[in-house]
Design a protein. Structure first.
Length: 253
């Protein structure tokens, strides 16, 4: 493979972040292009590549509405599978608020300004930030989330979710081992919430574990870069009536 065939720096982070976001039509339409670009990525292990192929097969075999239903059933029902990184450590405590302020300042140093309702600890947003950084720095920062990613992928695999392959691919990029993945995958059932044992294990694992996002360069150390996107715009879930609420307000109904 020649240099001209390689992805631009940060492409894998941007694409994986988009795949972990709420499925919208522009993303759904761009899945073949996303698949082709990730096939070029050199940082994945063989198992990670195979897992991503299974994830794309899962998407290809379902319509957009089914993917949206599955996404909400999986990610909008509590901490165990939450894509909000600090929720795994701080819950809803004041510490989470300060940690998010610090993280937001890191983003703004690199020209990433979030829209209304977007939280900085949302994993797809964090990955968009990583897509703007030099490769070594991005890999190091992603590595600091390793135990959280391990916990998330274990819960996803337990549910037979193909999203476990996407999180496991992130772990491969960070060089922190392979995450748990299911033998069989299927649709997610909103009527089957995580068990009390799941929550107890999660609380025990994170009771005394701080999450650090350290080492962000000061302004001027890294030139401002254009965000890497493989479809037109990062979707704003607030625009969709079926979207996951990023602000985590209670759901009614």
């Amino acid at each position: 493979m020649g240099a001209k065939d390689a992805n631009p720096p940060g492409t894998a982070y941007a694409i994986l972040g988009a795949l972990l976001g709420y499925p919208v039509e522009p993303l759904f339409d761009a899945l073949p292009q996303a698949r082709e670009r990730l096939q070029r990525e050199r940082g994945f292990s063989r198992d990670a590549r195979a897992g991503l192929e299974r994830f794309f097969d899962y998407c290809r075999e379902r319509d957009l509405f089914t993917l949206q239903e599955n996404y909400v059933a999986l990610f909008d029902r509590g901490r165990a599978t939450s894509l909000y990184l600090f929720e795994h450590v701080h819950g809803e405590s004041r510490d989470r608020g300060q940690a998010m302020v610090d993280l937001l300042q890191m983003y703004e140093q690199h020209g990433l300004h979030l829209g209304a309702g977007e939280l900085p600890d949302y994993l797809p947003v964090f990955l968009e930030y990583l897509s703007r950084l030099p490769a070594a720095e991005a890999r190091s920062l992603l590595g600091e989330t390793g135990e959280i990613l391990q916990s998330i992928t274990a819960q996803l695999a337990k549910r037979g979710s193909p999203y476990s392959f996407v999180v496991s691919a992130l772990m491969s990029l960070a060089g922190i081992g392979a995450g748990a993945t299911p033998h069989e995958v299927g649709d997610d059932d909103a009527q089957t919430p995580p068990s009390s044992d799941d929550y107890r294990a999660l609380d025990a694992a994170w009771a005394d574990e701080p999450v650090r996002f350290v080492g962000a360069p000061t302004p001027g150390q890294v030139p401002a870069q254009v965000p890497v996107h493989f479809y037109d715009n990062r979707p704003n879930p607030a625009a969709s009536p079926n979207a996951v609420n990023r602000t985590r307000e209670p759901r009614h109904g």
